[in-house]
Write a protein that binds this ligand. Structure first.
Ligand SMILES: *Cc1c(COP(=O)(O)O)cnc(C)c1O
Length: 427
């Protein structure tokens, strides 16, 4: 285990002032929650906003609400490469998982496959479009396939708070969207989830469901406060190696959990979110600048491809790239861990290969998603990234990529779809 400066793979730091605002929120109680809710509604320009304790709780409640509206439908189409809490929420809602592979060179859905899947069933309840790492999914294209029929588009904007597609906020482009305020996301209240929708019928169904959802109990709240204090200290690069060693923080694990709590957000979290708009913009500016820097560096190392000529990238929570050579990828991850460089694997398995889902979904292959699990690594983009880190990462990368320079064209994880994404091709 490394002792000493280590970059976290992603970070949305929480400061002392936020902690104080968190306690202030507890004192103001419901007012703090209503204020956060009103700010989100106005900033995102949506009619309805609901606050809960996590992204997975948000997604589960969304699915339950949709199920209440369309009781005859029980299939949820999700990407085969995504956060493990996405399939666990589908099961938690008592629904069936249908996996759609990713496009060959993208992190977005395989649209021809999605189209075929939707024509083959009349049980589809929802399609989940995910803005992985902050790259916008091609929602207009999903809309074309789904039309205004009975299938709802759920926008998984867990990693994309504050980003836009064609000038519209991510999270507001589907029938209903959700954000995560967990750690490792664009903006964090340690844990938290937000549901956004313009549809009155969905909002009504959500309200009914939420009536049965409890708030944090005393112990859960004390646990959350403890975790907040631990994380706000230990996310710093000088202390992050300690955080790694503390099992209760469960850093760096991608867990498949079925019995996660579903709670209403606490006023403490609403307080932690104080001044979120300004803070989020600051963090996204840093992430955007660092993402652009990685794109330029990769181009310089011979991996630019078509993409890095683009003048604008989203503020990615992590910058993904492919290392096709398995041995070099392993060596890169090992060296990064030894040096605390913050290069991390993406999800270790595609959803179709998750052991926990054996028996829940029919056996199937999802070649593009499996390739993402095998090849992707991510670079840190947060504001802790210092010049020395960049030099170190460049050194590690140039070695890992040396074998690939001849095949860069095939190794790009192009970003999905239309306008914002056109031409953005992180490797
Ligand atoms: C983190 C994440 C979620 C779940 O959010 P939690 O707040 O961790 O429950 C869902 N989808 C994606 C893509 C995520 O990254």
């Amino acid at each position: 285990m490394r002792v000493g400066r280590s970059l976290p793979p992603a970070a949305a730091p929480i400061g002392l002032r936020q902690l104080a605002a968190g306690f202030g929120g507890m004192l103001r109680g419901r007012k703090a929650l209503e204020r956060f809710q009103a700010e989100l509604r106005s900033d995102f320009g949506v009619k309805h906003c609901f606050l809960v304790n996590s992204g997975k709780a948000a997604f589960t409640l969304v699915l339950l609400a949709l199920k209440d509206l369309s009781p005859g439908r029980d299939e949820v189409v999700i990407p085969a490469f995504t956060c493990y809490s996405v399939p666990s929420s589908v099961l938690r809602a008592g629904l069936k998982i249908r996996l759609c592979d990713l496009g060959q060179e993208s992190l977005d859905l395989d649209f021809p496959k999605l189209s075929a899947m939707l024509s083959a069933t009349d049980k589809a309840l929802a399609v989940v479009a995910t803005h992985l790492y902050g790259f916008p999914s091609d929602l207009p294209r999903v809309r074309q396939l789904v039309a205004d029929g009975p299938v709802a588009i759920v926008e998984d904007a867990a990693q994309a708070m504050g980003e836009t597609l064609a000038g519209r906020k991510l999270g507001t482009l589907g029938d209903v969207g959700f954000l995560s305020l967990g750690r490792g996301k664009a903006f964090s209240t340690v844990e938290g989830g937000v549901i956004l929708t313009d549809r009155d019928d969905i909002a009504e169904a959500l309200r009914t469901r939420l009536n049965e959802v409890p708030g944090y109990g005393t112990w859960a709240l004390l646990g959350l406060i403890t975790k907040t204090v631990a994380l706000m200290t230990l996310i710093h690069p000088l202390l992050f190696w300690i955080a790694r060693a503390l099992p209760f923080l469960r850093l760096g694990e991608t867990l498949f959990e079925r019995n996660f709590p579903i709670l209403r957000m606490s006023a403490f979290q609403a307080g932690l979110a104080r001044n979120w708009g300004e803070r989020l913009r600051g963090m996204q500016d840093a992430r955007r600048a660092n993402s652009m820097q990685w794109a330029a560096m990769l181009k310089d190392l011979g991996y630019g491809g078509a993409g890095s000529s683009r003048s604008r990238l989203p503020g990615l929570v992590r910058y993904p790239l492919r290392i096709r050579d398995a041995d070099r990828r392993k060596a890169l991850l090992r060296e990064s861990a030894e040096r605390g460089a913050g290069i991390a694997p993406a999800y270790p398995e595609s959803i179709n290969r998750l052991a926990e889902l054996k028996g829940e979904i029919p056996a199937q292959v999802c070649p593009a998603a499996e390739r993402c699990a095998r090849e992707l690594v991510t670079l840190p983009t947060h504001a802790y990234l210092a010049r020395g880190d960049v030099a170190e990462i460049r050194r590690l990368l140039s070695r890992a990529l040396a074998a690939e320079s001849h095949s860069a064209a095939g190794s790009r994880a192009a970003v999905q779809g239309s306008e914002t994404q056109s031409g953005v091709k992180p490797l």
